[in-house]
Design a protein around this ligand. Sequence first.
Ligand code: PGA
Length: 250
Amino acid sequence: MLKKPFVAANWKMHKNPQEATEFFNDFLSKISIEQMENFAFFPPTIDLSVTSEKLKKTRIYWGAQNIYTETQGAFTGETSAEVVKSLGANMCLVGHSERRSLFGEDDDQVSKKVNLIQQLDMTPMICIGESLVQRKSGKTFDVVEVQLIKALKDLDSKKEFIIAYEPVWAIGTGQVATPEMAEEVHLFIREKLSGLFGKAITEKTLILYGGSVKPENAAELYKQKNIDGFLVGGASLKVDAFLQIYRALF
Ligand code: PGA
């Protein structure tokens, strides 16, 4: 089972295979074997082969930023979870807000993807979070609850899964949620999970925060009881900044 503290890198559409290789060479020279299981990487699909070469034999978690709901067929431009798994991946990101808002991914697709990732014995990291309009109109908890329940509709709760709470207004904007704002939603998610799957499962499920996490704000956020780590975009692209976030958790 995973242990906290946990930091995951979402590289989005950044880095070519050469740059990814250089990143991993540097990163691996700076962490110990024991620390490896505290990290996850989600590189662009085109970098998954070099990621496999570098990380397959380590205890680091890694996988795709998105997979398709089918494993094979006439689906031009999509990525098969089965192929990602065949490279040695053990975790995939699902339902990132950019997938939802820019590419029209809905809760039904998110739920199918969660299910497929689990069937292939990989761990889904499921992203949920409200937009600015939703927060301003007092709908944060309703939105988060609906996304959570729908994403976990067919979950196998005996298998590992991770929730990443990422308020959309905080992603890539430099506008981080205050520790209190984040904690209140994390606590809400923890309670909902408890209602759905019981206390034992909930206690060992990581709930990560994402949205403008940086070395400067990580420690304060992590002090909150229900924040188990981070999903980091921009600040995960440089080895030193990413490691500073990790080190801020101790
Ligand atoms: P950010 O992205 O850290 O650049 O805000 C986080 C994410 O989208 O996962």
